[in-house]
Write a protein that binds this ligand. Structure first.
Ligand SMILES: Cc1cc2nc3c(=O)[nH]c(=O)nc-3n(C[C@H](O)[C@H](O)[C@H](O)COP(=O)(O)OP(=O)(O)OC[C@H]3O[C@@H](n4cnc5c(N)ncnc54)[C@H](O)[C@@H]3O)c2cc1C
Length: 218
């Protein structure tokens, strides 16, 4: 009996949040949607993600030794779908139209409209069958803004009124340059940057045209 479908189905009854994990590969940012994120230890501060062997993100993290995880808000559903889509380009253009800032220690990209971020150095890479367990030491973390989390359960995104715009991600505040990143978040963003606000799949997002954006990196 093939137990994989059964395991997938049963495992999907465990509801999770969703993060986008980013790192740098040859000076170009890469990012992937992940729901295996877990906090592990407070002292030392450790988190983990389980990444598929052979994936671009795992190879890039093995190379760079750093990663950042952005906890997604409910209205970032399209970003979760995009960063899980295998047809997306494997370079900075994957971040076009996505508000980003730099994590303060590693410089990995953080999605500005998220709820929170963890900025990590790889502590240990452990075998985990067809996945690798990436244990990260949290070098910095912070809240990005208020809002409801994006949840994943039963193989789909669920809850919490995902169509509702939260404060800080509306076109008006984004155009003012905040991009949903609250002050004191520790993120490196430019207050003087020009902000380009776009709507995609009904969602508003802002691209900061600064050295913090993939547009400027490439
Ligand atoms: C809600 C949600 C949660 C997720 N959580 C996790 C998680 O915790 N861990 C995790 O590893 N993934 C997770 N995924 C899946 C992950 O987001 C996608 O597989 C993503 O495309 C991986 O991107 P990548 O660039 O890292 O890997 P990719 O390079 O896209 O590789 C991913 C896998 O697909 C294979 N592959 C790549 N291109 C092709 C192709 N053209 N034809 C056939 N096979 C191909 C690779 O060999 C590898 O096994 C999640 C997806 C969703 C929607």
């Amino acid at each position: 009996m093939n137990e994989k479908p059964q395991l997938r189905r049963v495992a999907s009854s465990f509801a999770t949040g969703v993060v986008v994990v980013t790192t740098m590969a040859d000076d170009s940012p890469v990012g992937t949607t992940v729901n295996s994120f877990t906090t592990v230890s407070l002292d030392p501060a450790l988190v983990l993600v389980c990444l598929q062997r052979g994936s671009r993100l795992l190879s890039a993290i093995e190379e760079s030794g750093v990663f950042a995880a952005t906890v997604l808000a409910a209205e970032q559903r399209w970003q979760a779908q995009w960063f899980a889509n295998r047809t997306r380009l494997a370079d900075a253009t994957a971040f076009a139209g996505v508000a980003t800032g730099r994590a303060p220690v590693t410089g990995c990209l953080v999605l500005g409209e998220g709820l929170a971020y963890f900025d990590c150095r790889v502590h240990e890479l452990l075998p985990g069958g067809d996945h690798a367990i990436v244990l990260g030491e949290v070098a910095a973390c912070g809240e990005l803004g208020p809002g409801e989390p994006l949840l994943f359960s039963g193989g789909r995104y669920v809850g919490v009124d995902p169509g509702r715009h939260r404060a800080g991600s509306t076109a008006g505040s984004a155009a003012a340059g905040s991009a949903g990143v609250s002050s004191g978040s520790g993120l490196s963003t430019s207050a003087t940057a020009a902000a380009v606000t776009t709507r995609r799949n009904g969602m508003t997002s802002t691209t900061q045209m600064t050295a913090n954006t993939p547009n400027a990196i490439r």
